[in-house]
Design a protein around this ligand. Sequence first.
Ligand SMILES: *Cc1c(COP(=O)(O)O)cnc(C)c1O
Length: 466
Amino acid sequence: MLYGKKNRREASYLEPIFGSKNEDETLPSYHLGEKSIEPRIAYQMIKDDLLDEGNSRLNLATFCQTFMEPEAVKLMSETLDKNMIDKSEYPRTAEMENRCVNIIADLWHARGPEKYIGTSTIGSSEACMLGGMAMKFAWRKRAEASGMNTQAKKPNLIISSGYQVCWEKFCVYWDIELREIPMTEDHLSLDVEKAMEAVDDYTIGIVGILGITYTGQYDDIKKLDQLVEAHNQQTEHKVYIHVDAASGGLYAPFVEPELEWDFQLKNVISINTSGHKYGLVYPGVGWIVWRDEKYLPEELVFKVSYLGGEMPTMAINFSHSASQMIGQYYNFVRFGFDGYQSIHQRTHDAAVYLAKEIEQSRHFELINDGSQLPLVCYKLAADSERKWTLYDLSDRLLMKGWQVPSYPLPKNLDHQIIQRIVVRSDFGMNMAHDFIEDLKAAIKELENSHLVFHKETEIKNYGFTH
Ligand SMILES: *Cc1c(COP(=O)(O)O)cnc(C)c1O
């Protein structure tokens, strides 16, 4: 009866996936398949195609979130249809974005009488682009007002060589000279004195990083602010600080609340962060806040209609789903200050534990011990007998599913190869114990192996900039 003519179509939905004809077809790569296939089969085929990508939670290379609670995931999938830009159709969503900006501005000590302004973005890259553009436009206005010829030279931006690639993009797109302050052995973050020496009348701003993607170290923004203040006291060509707090912006306020790096410092005018790093949301959501609306030139603010009125928008992207932003608001509502603090504290403890164990193995020299960002970073300790490299160790760990990148430090220090582990909220103490076991076993294996092929010049490329 089931296969009666009438029920044929319905019956095809009951076919097992393996053994169905569609399973024999290759997935389209260059042009659309001719006929539609059933949703269940399409789902399974695509799911299978993604199978060998590894387990994201074992990926210790990324700052990006790899876990959210089922309720958050439910809420986010139920709100995928909401368009972030459509403030008049989704006024409650727009209000949620405002609340998130308020909450973040408060964590960063934005205080009256200044009127902060901010927006959600797709991530820190978009937020940095906005921060950079605002600095460029504001610089040009100040420079023109003082009678300078703004065309005579390329404007410049000052940042340590540990910058994330989005700043290089910003400088290329906007024709700005990237003035890199090299990191040195004693300065694995911004050398603030050297940064000040690089300032001239064409400097649109200085970027401080909280923290450097390579090593996790924080730039000394407080010291930088003091030097900038001294500079600004003596000249009409003022210079200001943007803090790229992609990873630290929603971490430091909970773990090191006494650290002064944000709007408590007079010359910090804008800050960005990635909601999908320690804001604990799946990618992509980011944030930027200016301490006062006067630092965001009006040319960069556009109006969209909102409840019969108008609402300012400054994000670069237009239409995209609001679900990540809603996920951010969920986390704020759900965890509160205490929740974020205890989650991050656990993450911190796991990082410190890893650092201790790694140091005790005597094979490594620590560069970052997890005491600032929960990131452990190390190089091989000198040993003329050792035949294996960090790249070999990365490969060995991958056999157990762990993705741990090895890479050279930036320019000037690129003879140094380091390995970096980013600890996230879903990497608990139990996983940390397991990881250390696997690390010890990997080292033992390497120590006892007869390594045949060893081409020293070969540098493998592991992702590490996120
Ligand atoms: C991750 C990161 C970025 C880029 O952020 P996305 O959210 O991935 O766009 C920029 N700067 C720093 C310091 C980062 O760590």
